[in-house]
Design a protein around this ligand. Structure first.
Ligand SMILES: Cc1ncc(COP(=O)(O)O)c(C=O)c1O
Length: 439
């Protein structure tokens, strides 16, 4: 029997050597490696190229990426840069991981869940929001919509932008409170002049989609995007994440970048590197803010992961093609990671076994585990979770999310799987569904 784990990190000697060099360099917290990773990710988002590595080239790329210690921090800072807080509503799909919603709660905003489309999007089957329900949920308090590029498939932002344009007359930009951050919050909201469109892109670095007639990479579509580099993600820095944003008319990227730095480092106007300059000890605290910066040890992993990333995505696509063939043979519904318009980052392989209930789904997961195959469920909808039930949410109001979840299983999808491992997963699935008379 083989032992197939669900999502182990893919770390090579290249990452290990870079981490060792970072440790030996005398600079282990936020510093040159983090700054280089930010520029390289910015270039990757703009061009799909991962090999822009020299200092001189790097200077050509935007400073619209800020590396942080998690996607959750990135989601929260995206909302804080926008000035979203108490009295504001943030619309989130009911079908996502808690961080999409909890980041808004951390800011004091009210989360409004929206159900997904029945069985997900018609072409990719990704559990996208029901856009009619989304439009109906908007009111004068709505300040942001957070779409989720679940499994690495980019959501339909053209439709979301269409909705926020139609609802423009309900939107009022936050007033400045006279502080530098409050003033920036006001100018960003006033420049957008509508509800902000945010992307929870925890799964989707490197995904692309035709947007307004042009191929765009994830990070260049929503107004603000958050990525996760957590250990189970396609691209990892152990823990980690990043924020990025699209240019905002009349607001300087450098100013936005500076405020992300301040928000992520205690509101301190000099980072540790700047304070090491001879005699430059003195700093000020601009606001009593947060601590969620990326370290250079983490960035070292990321720099070498980025070198390898296109190959890692190719391997994921190969595995997906093999799984697709078996699911099609067995009549099992699965995500469609590649369409004429969209290429996903292939983060998760979600299958749905027709007609089964949650108990049978759990029995399939147990049988696969007995066969040595780790599977998972992405996700149990948030209105089913204790914390969100306490806010008064009830899964009975999210029938499509429940239906999507009840028969869903996530198969192992990662780049340490050999061809033999993939065959083994496929055989185990065939065997399980036949034994249980499910297909
Ligand atoms: C959809 C989604 N959003 C946000 C997060 C949070 O990521 P992080 O652990 O980097 O904060 C995750 C993590 O799994 C996720 O799946």
């Amino acid at each position: 029997m083989r032992k197939i784990s669900f999502s182990p990190p893919d770390i090579t000697e290249a990452e290990i050597t870079e981490v060792a060099e970072a440790l030996q360099s005398g600079w282990i917290t936020t510093g040159p490696r983090t700054k280089l990773l930010e520029r390289r990710i910015a270039a990757y988002i703009e061009t799909g190229k991962n090999d822009i590595d020299t200092e001189s080239d790097v200077a050509r790329w935007s400073n619209r990426v800020v590396c942080l210690n998690s996607a959750t921090a990135a989601e929260e800072l995206n909302l804080r840069i926008l000035g979203i807080g108490p009295g504001d509503e943030v619309i989130v799909p009911a079908y996502t991981y808690t961080a999409t919603a909890s980041a808004a709660i951390h800011c004091g905003a009210t989360v409004v869940f929206v159900d997904i489309q029945k069985d997900g999007d018609a072409s990719t089957h990704m559990p996208e929001m029901d856009y009619k329900a989304l439009e109906a949920a908007i009111n004068e308090k709505t300040k942001a919509i957070v779409a989720v590029d679940l499994a690495g498939i980019i959501a339909d932002y053209e439709t979301i932008y269409g909705i926020v344009e139609r609802k423009k007359e309900l939107f009022r930009a936050v007033e400045s409170d006279g502080t530098p951050l409050g003033d920036l919050n006001h100018r960003i909201q006033a420049s957008l002049g509508r509800i902000a469109v945010l992307s929870d892109a925890a799964h989707s670095l490197g995904a692309s989609r035709i947007f307004r007639g042009e191929k765009k990479y994830c990070g260049a579509i929503a107004d603000f995007t958050s990525f996760s580099f957590h250990a189970v993600k396609n691209f990892t820095t152990a823990e980690g994440g990043a924020s990025t944003w699209k240019p905002i008319a009349g607001v300087d990227d450098a100013e936005i970048y500076k405020f992300y730095q301040l928000l992520s480092l205690h509101g301190q106007n000099k980072d540790a590197l700047a304070k090491t300059k001879l005699g430059a000890w003195e700093y000020d605290i601009i606001g009593p803010w947060y601590k969620c910066n990326m370290t250079d040890v983490m960035a070292a992993i990321g720099l070498r992961q980025l070198d390898r990333y296109p190959k890692l995505l190719e391997r994921r696509a190969e595995i997906i093609a093999k799984y697709d063939a078996v699911c099609d043979e067995l009549g099992i519904r699965h995500l469609v990671h590649r369409t004429a318009d969209s290429t996903s980052s292939g983060h998760l392989y979600l299958i749905r076994i027709p007609g089964i209930a949650a108990e049978q789904r759990n029995a399939v997961i147990e049988r696969m585990a007995e066969l040595g195959v780790a599977t998972n469920v992405h996700y149990k909808p948030l209105p089913m979770m204790t914390a969100y039930k306490r806010y008064g949410w009830d899964i009975a109001d999210f029938q499509n999310a429940y239906g999507y979840y009840a028969n869903l299983i996530s198969l192992p999808l990662h780049t340490l799987l050999s061809d033999e491992d993939i065959e083994y997963v496929c055989d185990s699935l065939r065997k399980t569904v036949k034994e249980m008379n499910l297909c």
